[in-house]
Design a protein around this ligand. Structure first.
Ligand SMILES: [Zn+2]
Ligand SMILES: [Zn+2]
Length: 347
């Protein structure tokens, strides 16, 4: 086994502390890479707190992982020692179901294996995430990362990036479309960058007027303060798509009223409680609500390649591993522009 250093929550809602654990030896189809940077996703905090479902503890969070390959199995073809590598929210799936065969491993009918707070395919070995010094992942779930980009700023692409790229591609958002991005956080700031890169006319919808300057710097063409009645009224019936990145409770009916006829609201945020949606909000204008979860491995590679070609990365604040709790506190207040990334050299 490979002795691994990391930071873990020993039980639910506990602060993270240093912890040593074991990862499996590199198998014939595995890639081992040393972790250089790991992004801090809001879902790390949700999972430590059991917000969504009972977690597996000790828990080593982190699913925005980049680093350099130090060992490959005998049958590995796509990677060699010294390559940059990345891993996102999943490390395995059944590889055989209808969805896996369509490159939609994130929707594996048997359930994909989450990078942490999950169980390997054996159904009993816990997975541990990227707040650690090294990781072993089967080759199919390791991504190539370009040497051209700032590596630390690439890390958040593995979750925040693909979570926003995939729905924009699926719904073919681009030239001639008016896209509204609801919420300007880790997901929202990536959605703005991709929406602009795909040629859409991008508006940021936010409760905070203070974010307008940032939104425009990120490339947004317009900004609507959603607590300002006059601005909301002027925006009614104007958008083809709303990409909803908000994880707090909000009024879907109000946002649906901002869509044009045949418009679609796409959920990628995860509010804690189910929303109330009036049928009239949908049938008056033949509107739709959809949802999307991360992206498949092939599409994640496509996204990383697109980012390398178009010089797109996340806007980040680098932190030391020991400061993770402060980062969580600030993240809960929305005080981060726009993603914390842990420098794993500080582990
Ligand atoms: Zn995430
Ligand atoms: Zn499957």
């Amino acid at each position: 086994m490979i002795e691994t250093k990391g930071y873990a929550a020993q039980s639910v809602a506990e602060e993270l502390t240093p912890w040593t654990f074991e990862r499996r030896e590199v198998g014939p189809h595995d890639v081992q890479f040393d972790i250089l940077f790991c992004g801090v996703c809001h879902s790390d905090l949700h999972q430590i707190k059991n917000d969504w479902f009972p977690g597996i503890f000790p828990m080593v969070p982190g699913h925005e992982i980049v680093g350099r390959v130090i060992k490959v199995g005998d049958h590995v073809k796509k990677f060699k020692v010294g390559d940059l590598a990345g891993t996102g929210c999943m490390v395995d799936s059944c590889q055989e179901c209808e969805n896996c065969k369509k490159d939609l491993e994130q929707y594996c009918l048997e359930g994909s294996t989450q990078t942490y707070n999950g169980l390997e395919r054996d159904g009993k070995t816990p997975t541990y995430g990227g707040y650690s010094n090294t990781i072993v992942v089967r080759e199919e779930f390791v991504l190539h990362v370009s040497e051209k980009l700032n590596l630390a700023a690439v890390a958040p692409l593995l979750c925040a990036g693909i979570t926003t790229y995939s729905p924009l591609r699926h719904w073919k958002v681009g030239k001639g479309h008016k896209l509204a991005v609801l919420g300007l956080g880790g997901l929202g700031h990536m959605a703005v960058k991709f929406g602009v890169a795909f040629g859409a006319d991008v508006t940021v919808l936010s409760t905070s007027p203070k974010k307008e300057e940032d939104a425009r710097k990120l490339g947004a063409h317009n900004f609507v303060v959603t607590t300002d009645e006059a601005q909301v009224k002027a925006a009614m019936g104007t958008f083809d798509f709303i990409l909803d990145t908000v994880s707090a409770e909000h009024d879907f009916n109000m946002y649906l009223s901002l869509l044009r006829t045949d418009g679609t609201l796409i959920c990628v945020g995860v509010p804690p409680k189910p929303a109330e949606i009036a049928a009239f909000s949908l049938l008056g204008g033949r509107k739709s609500i959809g949802g999307s979860g991360i992206g498949g491995i092939a599409e994640t590679q496509e996204m990383l390649d697109f980012c390398a070609e178009n010089d797109i990365v996340s806007d980040i604040e680098m932190i030391d591993m020991k400061d993770i709790q402060t980062a969580y506190d600030r993240m809960e207040k929305g005080d981060v522009r726009y993603r914390f990334v842990i420098d794993m050299a500080t582990l």
